[in-house]
Design a protein around this ligand. Structure first.
Ligand SMILES: [Fe+2]
Ligand SMILES: [Fe+2]
Length: 189
């Protein structure tokens, strides 16, 4: 699986967490909302780190438009980090916390959408397979170093098991995903 597909898998895993967070919030299940917020924070920290340390620098100079999108991406990550820091300073599950969580979610949804629509398609056609595969290896290695799960940890699961996890985790688009896409996307049980 290449670097772009791995990053999209991260996006979809977080989208599932967002859906579950919004459900928990709507049902006033504070315990679940706080637990899911913790998972969201961990995911965003790992994802922004691997993009900023490895992916963004590697693709930045591909062309002028990508350069601009990457520069904007870095600033959007900055906004996410500010929100994460502020979220740590207000009462969990309070009104202010919930409002900040919603703004965080909207920001990340917008940012991920922009990467997938404006940054990844031109990279898919401009970078060769070896470059994208090499980047994938670096992203996975850095994730391991950060203590985060990688595709290989879930690759031995049968498609049925992966689909069940994807369903529980509210992963969008799961029914049309291949075995490896599911394995890259789901969090381990
Ligand atoms: Fe990003
Ligand atoms: Fe991303």
């Amino acid at each position: 699986m290449n670097a772009l597909d791995l990053l999209i898998a991260d996006h979809n895993r977080v989208r599932g967490l967002f859906t579950r967070f919004k459900d928990a919030h709507q049902q006033d299940d504070d315990t679940m909302a706080i637990e899911l917020a913790g998972k969201i924070f961990d995911e965003l920290q790992v994802h922004t780190t691997i993009e900023e340390e490895i992916f963004y620098p590697a693709v930045h100079d591909t062309d002028d438009e990508i350069k601009e999108t990457v520069d904007e991406g870095v600033q959007e990550h900055h906004v996410v980090k500010v929100l994460l820091e502020e979220l740590g300073q207000v009462a969990p599950a309070g009104d202010e916390w919930a409002a900040k969580m919603m703004v965080l979610i909207e920001n990340v949804e917008h940012h991920a959408e922009e990467e997938e629509k404006e940054m990844f398609p031109p990279l898919r056609s401009q970078l060769d397979a070896a470059t994208l595969d090499g980047l994938a290896e670096q992203l996975e290695q850095r994730k391991r170093d950060l203590g985060a799960p990688v595709l290989a940890d879930k690759a031995d699961l049968a498609k049925e098991q992966l689909l069940q996890l994807a369903k529980e985790q509210e992963i969008p688009g799961r029914s049309s995903m291949s075995h490896d896409e599911l394995a890259a996307t789901v969090a381990p049980a």
